[in-house]
Design a protein around this ligand. Structure first.
Ligand SMILES: Nc1ncnc2c1ncn2[C@@H]1O[C@H](COP(=O)(O)OP(=O)(O)OP(=O)(O)O)[C@@H](O)[C@H]1O
Length: 456
């Protein structure tokens, strides 16, 4: 008689086939079905069955959030550099100094690292996506971190783990020792960073004592005004407009401000930005507690170039016209685009930011840029006065007075000499202090002769 009891080998092979079928089904559901269908299937399951088929939860942190820098991404990046250990498959390392413990670590794209927190196992990986552009060399690269954990840990990740990451990153970033200067690279469509180690401070910067005190007070007041700006409904930012001849210390002043405030600098060459849309995109990727520096603003915008051209050709510019575009293939930055940023919608993001415009030619600027209220503080860096010379003599020669100072004071009333030129003279190698000052007096007299002859 045939037996109906299955043999052991039949049971085992049936079990193996069933397990394989379930695994296959699970893989199809998790990885091959489109998200919408998966969500539908998922909604039809509940409780422990869904945890079986979909045991993992993935959290994605993209580099940008609603077209702006995603600070969560930055926090994750900072946090991960502290936990990457033996679990990482491979590492990216780099540093801004040769001190060994200052190496920065990052997981390379496609690799993973494991973190453990309150009994949870958390798997992080970095991903890269290239968005193709129709314009050559304009493909955009976007990064994202992905966190994989058990679905049952999702709640704890959201309420405990993510705040832990944010707090750790904040502590690390607030302790950062190095300032950075970022320059916009149009080839990669993003900012390149370098450590900023400019020695200029307000102590070494020679300028009219009253102006210097005013700027320091303005900066110190600004950092304490977070609540004030919030109360009056304004963005916590401040705009400085620096102008004066070359070599009078505009760049040195920007460096002194950065060192005083401990702010990073975003150095933006507007000539390298192709359109107002690009300007908006790159400005939204800057971070708080920073200076946005736009040097030589007179030759930066299409508008100011066009205005200059118009003036040179003795033509009258159109009244109230702010938008000057030459051709649609090279729209360039327009004055309206720039102004939209400085006081329009696009400036309404971020906190604790300084915007600094500099120019050697204030007269070449479109008056719209200087309309009252647009820039908060106008700072003129002029030729060397005696008060400025005294500070330079103190820094370079470590003297407060000398019998030749009176002659120098008289000459400085007559001659236009920049602090850069004075500094160069005071650095001349001479054995005696007297020789340095006498040689400087000769230099001033020579300049004065040239000015008189040139003016004839
Ligand atoms: N006011 C100043 N106090 C101290 N040093 C100065 C001052 N102005 C110029 N110098 C010296 O001259 C050098 C050049 O000055 P700086 O680049 O700051 O001038 P600038 O006005 O920004 O010039 P440019 O418009 O050509 O960029 C500085 O590195 C510094 O050594």
């Amino acid at each position: 008689m045939a037996s109906f009891v299955p043999s052991m080998s039949t049971i085992l092979s049936t079990y193996a086939s069933l397990s394989t079928a379930i695994m296959l089904f699970r893989t199809i559901l998790s990885e091959m079905l489109p998200r919408r269908i998966r969500d539908y299937v998922f909604s039809k399951f509940s409780g422990s069955l869904s945890y079986y088929f979909f045991p993992n939860f993935t959290l994605i942190v993209e580099q940008h959030w609603q077209a702006m820098t995603n600070h969560t991404f930055r926090a994750v990046e900072t946090y991960l550099s502290t936990i990457i250990g033996t679990s990482a498959d491979s590492l990216h390392i780099g540093s801004h100094s040769l001190v060994p413990h200052k190496l920065n670590l990052r997981i390379p794209v496609g690799c993973t690292t494991i973190d453990e927190f309150q009994g949870m196992k958390l798997e992080w990986s970095l991903h890269k996506e290239t968005i193709n552009s129709s314009v050559p060399h304009r493909d955009e690269v976007r990064y994202s971190y992905q966190l994989k954990c058990k679905r049952s840990d999702r709640e704890k990740v959201m309420t405990s783990y993510l705040p832990h990451i944010a707090n750790t990153a904040q502590t690390i970033l607030s302790r950062r020792e190095n300032l950075h200067i970022y320059t916009y690279d149009k080839k990669i469509g993003g900012w390149n960073s370098a450590v900023f180690k400019h020695p200029a401070t307000f102590a070494t910067l020679a300028m009219e004592p009253k102006s210097k005190a005013e700027i320091i007070e303005d900066l110190d007041t600004f950092v304490q005004q977070k609540d004030f700006f919030q109360r009056v409904g304004r963005t916590w930012k401040r705009g400085y407009f620096l102008h004066g001849p070359p070599g009078t210390g505009k760049s040195s002043l920007v460096a002194a401000i950065a060192n005083h405030q401990r702010y990073n600098i975003y150095d933006l060459q507007l000539q390298s930005v192709r359109s107002d849309a690009e300007l908006r995109r790159i400005l939204t990727s800057t971070t708080n507690r920073s200076i946005l520096l736009v040097e030589d603003i007179d030759c930066s915008t299409k508008a100011s170039r066009d205005r200059t051209k118009i003036r040179d050709e003795k033509e009258e510019p159109g009244q109230g016209e702010l938008d000057h575009r030459l051709s649609s293939s090279d729209p360039g930055i327009t004055l309206s685009g720039l102004l939209n940023f400085t006081d329009g919608l696009w400036s309404s993001f971020g906190d604790e930011r300084l915007i600094i415009f500099t120019t050697n030619h204030k007269d070449k600027l479109d008056p719209a840029l200087l309309r009252p209220g647009r820039m908060d503080l106008e700072i003129y860096m002029g030729y060397c006065t005696f008060a400025v010379f005294e500070q330079l003599a103190n820094s370079y020669l470590q003297i407060d007075n000398h019998r030749l100072f009176a002659a120098i004071e008289n000459l400085l009333k007559e001659v236009s000499v920049t602090p850069a030129e004075v500094a160069q003279q005071l650095m001349m190698k001479r054995d005696e202090l007297q020789d340095i000052l006498e040689s400087f007096i000769e230099f001033l007299k020579g300049k004065l002769r040239n000015e008189i002859e040139g003016g004839k």
